[in-house]
Every structure is written in C-alpha cells, then in structure tokens.
Design a protein around this ligand. Structure first.
Ligand code: PPE
Length: 258
C-alpha cells in the first residue's frame, strides 16, 4: 500500500475514503501463472499501461511511475510465496476532503494478491456457460467511459450479474444504448460465424481486453479471420460458436444464449 508491504489484516482504509462513497477509482485484474522459473505475470506491462490510461481518463494523477508499479506487482507476488495468483492493483482516492470534487483528494495505490480459481466455475470451462441478455444496458460512452476500468462503473456489471444469477444463468451479456452487443459483466465476448471471429469494439461499450487482444493474436497466428465489429443480439442466436475472455475468467465457451 502506497509503497510499503502491509500485512493482510492491517491493509485497512478510513471510513471516509473518497472512493468508497463516490466510486471514483481505477483498477486492474491480472494473473500470475506457475512456470518453471517461478510465478510469471501475464502481460503485466500492458495491464499497468491500461491502469494509467484509466487514471488519465478520470483525471487521477498516480503518484508512482509505471515501472515502480510493475515492480510493486512483482514484489507483492514474490512476498506472498504463491506459485500462481490473481493480482488486483487499485488506485483510489483516500480520506482527505469529502464532496464530489476529486482534485484535492490524496491518490492512494494498493496491490493485493490472492489465489483465485476458475472464475465461472470448472464446469463453465468444461461445458460452457449459459448467458442471458441483460435487461440492464451497458454504459453510454458519454456517461461512463468504457475504455476506463473504473471501480464505480462496475455497479452496472454487478446489477446485470445478480439479475442473471437469480434467473438461473451463469453470466449476463450487456447491449449498448445503440443496441449492439457490448460485453459480459467482467469479460469480452467473441462470436464465430462463417469462419469469421468477431468481437465488439470499445465504441460498443466494451473494455479493450488484454485477453481479448491475446485471443485475436493467437487467432491471426492460426490463420483465422478475426476483427472488431458490431454484433447484434440476433448474431448471438445464430452463431456457430461464441466464447468470452478475461483475465479472471480466462477463455470460456458459451453454451447457450437466453
Ligand atoms: N470487460 C470487462 C467489463 C472486464 O471487467 C474485464 C476484466 C474484461 C472485459 C476483460 O479484460 P482483460 O482482463 O483485460 O482481458 N475483468 C476483470 C475483473 C473481474 C472481477 O470480477 O473483478 C478481470 O478479469 O480481472
């Protein structure tokens, strides 16, 4: 936290932490995987770059350099002696001044790590997940910036997730205000049709996923036609295959839609 290693039980914040009240903060979700040379953090630099972009969009000045935060992640993983783990860098506005003006708030940075298994369950990976089109819409880009991974933006995801789970589904698919498929609550979505692989762009309200980019790179390497494109709800119904991607979820097949 803010440059020091802090014991789990002592990693606390004040009740008047600004981000707790107003949701203005940015974060990342990263995984470290077991390798022969110890834990390897997957695409760490890209995640830290996206964290800085998110902060820039919200006008939050991170009081550390990119390389400092890259080191902080590596040190936190090493200090916790885990061969693989999930990593959560969080930039938040601390206790200082209340009220909606974020500019006077102290900017605080923490990196937490914990073991996190299959995000959508082992069964999800093996059999695929059942998804539902949410009755909640994804953010309008002029009300919440989809390119930013902002803490408060996830209220939208959490409502869609709870609705889908209560309805007996595993995950929700959100549509943009324009009616295009945007993404899932914490994952990007891909649709396969006529040997073409498509995934929604940021303009449809999707986060520019790093796993999404890895999937596209691997597809291209395999000679598969892949690209960003607008997808309609009906494209999901007639798709030959569909899947979702994310750091926490990894790559998970979609078994059914609605
Ligand atoms: N869309 C959203 C809305 C999203 O939250 C994520 C990651 C993605 C797409 C995929 O992006 P990437 O991880 O770069 O491939 N969601 C993170 C948070 C999950 C959570 O429950 O917390 C994650 O996967 O770490």
């Amino acid at each position: 936290m803010d440059g020091d290693l802090v014991k789990w039980d002592e990693a606390n914040v004040h009740i008047l932490t600004h981000t707790l009240h107003y949701g203005c903060g940015v974060f990342e979700g990263i995984r470290a995987y077991e390798t022969a040379e110890g834990p390897g953090v997957f695409r760490l630099t890209e995640h830290i770059d996206r964290l800085f972009n998110s902060a820039k969009i919200f006008m939050i000045d991170i009081p550390f350099s990119r390389s400092h935060l890259v080191d902080a992640v590596k040190q936190t993983v090493a200090a916790n002696n885990m061969s693989s783990c999930y990593i959560r860098p969080l930039v938040y506005l601390g206790y200082g001044e209340m009220g909606l003006n974020t500019l006077p708030c102290p900017v605080r940075v923490a990196v937490a790590v914990w073991p996190w298994g299959a995000y959508l369950g082992e069964e999800g990976i093996e059999k695929g997940v059942r998804v539902k089109i949410s009755s909640w819409q994804r953010h309008d880009p002029n009300s919440m910036p989809p390119a930013a991974k902002g803490t408060g933006m996830y209220i939208n995801s959490s409502m869609a997730k709870a609705e889908a789970l209560k309805g007996g589904y595993d995950e929700a698919v959100l549509l943009s205000p324009q009616g295009y498929v945007s993404e899932c609550t914490g994952e990007n979505i891909f649709v396969v049709r006529r040997d073409q692989v498509l995934t929604p762009p940021v303009s449809a309200g999707a986060l520019e996923g790093i796993t999404q980019d890895s999937v596209m790179t691997i597809a291209r390497d395999l000679g598969v036609e892949v690209g960003y494109g607008n997808i309609l709800r009906s494209d999901l119904y007639v798709a030959e295959e569909a899947f979702l991607s994310g750091s926490a979820a990894e790559v998970v097949p979609i078994a059914s839609v609605d």
